[in-house]
Design a protein around this ligand. Sequence first.
Ligand code: FES
Length: 169
Amino acid sequence: MTESTDQVQEQVEEQEIDLTAANKVIDKYLDMPGNLMPVLQAIQEEYGYIPEETVHLTAERLNVYASQIYGVLTFYAQFHLKPRGKYIVRICMGTACHVKGAGRIADTLVDRLGIDHAETTEDLKFTAEHVACIGACGMAPVIMVNDATYGSMTVQKMDEVIQKYQAMD
Ligand code: FES
């Protein structure tokens, strides 16, 4: 059974987060003015998301309030507070894709991998995201897996794409 992102997050929180990498990032930017954004970006690069412990570490070491950091993290869509999958499956839910059956494509992902919007598989391989028009309406319905775009999606093509990425490391 595939677990929700919340369940994955609980499991991750049960494990100790190794703060060595975060400390190294902070060391590097410590004396730089305006260092909060580069520190957060580098921490996300190291961990794949921003673990809660690193927020508190950053607050303490950069002498800012944790609430200020959470403000930045929630304002910028580039930051993620939960672990995400290696493959981000973006399903376009814009009008053209919606009309051409994006709902069926999204349902296929729920059916095959058990993940709906903003959910991640237990093995941290896939995260599903429903997004607005990605500018390829002529190929509707469209999905993206990381940087690769797949158009004219059908349930069968979705199965093939899922299998392709499941077979990859
Ligand atoms: S509506 Fe999906 S690409 Fe434009």
